[in-house]
Design a protein around this ligand. Structure first.
Ligand code: HEC
Length: 158
């Protein structure tokens, strides 16, 4: 590589990192944050209203007895081993009558919408392929136990 190209390369690298720093700065404002993996937010919101909020409530607060809250907590599953898979395999997600691409869009939206603070910075959004593979094995009776173990794991993290 000659000098000029090297200099150009460095310049671009600096520009790219400046751009990334800018994007990070924006993320402090939840509204300006980029919702990675959400290709169609309008569709996701509608799908949430039709398929999920009956149990999880419109604001993701769930209830005190059977349906868990998602607000302020759901992305914590991504921070413990097995949690990412769990999200794609709980029956409410795995068995919903939406195709894999629409479901991936919805699950990514759900994470951004209800728990942006716990979303890892390097969050890898679910793809249709990953969702398809996970939902092929929906959790059944073992899910309560699995869930309890995961919740304990992230509670232990503090
Ligand atoms: C019939 C009620 C019901 C519906 C409808 C439902 N869920 Fe759930 N959801 C639950 C319950 C109950 C759990 C706890 C795990 C279990 O027992 O299945 C859960 C767990 C979850 C979890 C894992 C987080 C946790 O705290 O366990 C996610 C994510 C989730 N649901 C998302 C969705 C999405 C997205 C939809 C719509 C496509 C949906 N759910 C529809 C009842 C429901």
């Amino acid at each position: 590589m000659n000098r000029a190209r090297l200099a150009l390369g460095c310049g671009l690298a600096v520009l790219a990192s400046a751009g990334m720093a800018g994007a990070r700065g924006d993320m402090t404002a939840a509204s300006a944050r980029v919702w990675v993996g959400v290709t169609d937010p309008v569709q996701a919101r509608t799908d949430y209203q039709l398929k999920c909020q009956g149990c999880h409530r419109p604001d993701g607060s769930g209830d005190d007895h059977s349906n868990p809250p998602m607000r302020g907590v759901v992305a914590r599953f991504l921070g413990v081993p097995g949690g990412r898979e769990f999200i794609g395999r709980v029956p409410g997600v795995a068995t919903v009558d939406l195709d894999d691409a629409r479901l991936a869009n919805l699950v990514n939206w759900t994470l951004h919408r209800f728990d942006p603070d716990h979303l890892p910075r390097d969050f890898r959004p679910y793809t249709a392929e990953e969702i398809g593979a996970l939902r092929a094995h929906p959790l059944r009776l073992e899910r309560a136990e699995t869930r309890a173990r995961l919740v304990k794991a992230f509670d232990d993290q503090g």
